[in-house]
Design a binder for this molecule. Sequence first.
Ligand code: SF4
Length: 329
Amino acid sequence: MKKLVEVRNLRAYYILRGGKIAVKAVDNITMDIKEGEVLGIVGESGCGKSTFARCIMMDFTPPLRKIGGKIIMNGHDLTNLSMEELRKNVWGRLVSMIPQSALNALPPVRKIGDFIYDVASYRLGIRDKEKVQELAQERFEDVKLAPYVLNMYPHELSGGMKQRVAIAIATLLKPKLLIADEPTSALDVVTQKAILRTLLDLKKGGIIGSIMFITHDIAILRQIADRIGVMYAGKLVEIGSVDQILYNPLHPYTKALINSVVTPEPEIRKRGIAYIPGNPPELINPPPGCRFHPRCPYVKGICKIREPEMITVEPGHLVACHLYSQEEG
Ligand code: SF4
């Protein structure tokens, strides 16, 4: 599969107190997103998943600041584009996002249709009202919302309907990549399944090219993802196909994450349910070496002083852990 997004050595920190404090939320991530795939990104709350999504959207609103690295999308380096160029050529067209708080992001005093026009004119640079109306109606049909919803206020909609509105807005211009940040976490299981189905149908229908699906729930990725990337404390620690990650996890954190999930999947369930001791580290001053070392049952001397590099263990399956490095045996 062709690469749609190439992220290289990306670093993005929250710079606080006039530069005295740096929260290292995304710290040296290198990875690709392929054309037509669903890539799941999983990790505990606060591991940098949403910040990583903001970086791919080129949303470096302070206090978030890009410290280094590149984001290449569709062959173009997005790193140095102006706000005007992002609005005209990138947002909505190349990449779009359903933010984590999408259910609460709809302004209570604006009708849905008016809000869609606000977003289209400000964020996407489309100021023709009829054109926006036409696009919204077309996409509402795709996400199975009746056209009259355009005349409703957010409080008149269910959680599932609001999420469909958010999906319709994010896919107005048929983006090559849709980033969905925890799109199902506030919904009941039946609605969750319907939303996943809608996303996959949009991809099948060519309205979305690829999907980056962010979640803290690794079990949900079995239903939607082709590949899974695991993040811990601002780092990508493992990436591979769904089967490689769920049935042959290598990184001790991935193993712990899978073992701590209550899941009906028999293959995963038979491993038993465990919890991950300790807490994720402060990203202001993360542990030296491997950031997982204070919680890792396999920790050895090298782990406390040297950061493990990402290595390929089998085709398409990469892990950053000293247990798998040739040098360390
Ligand atoms: Fe554990 Fe060491 Fe691997 Fe980190 S590098 S996950 S501490 S074994």
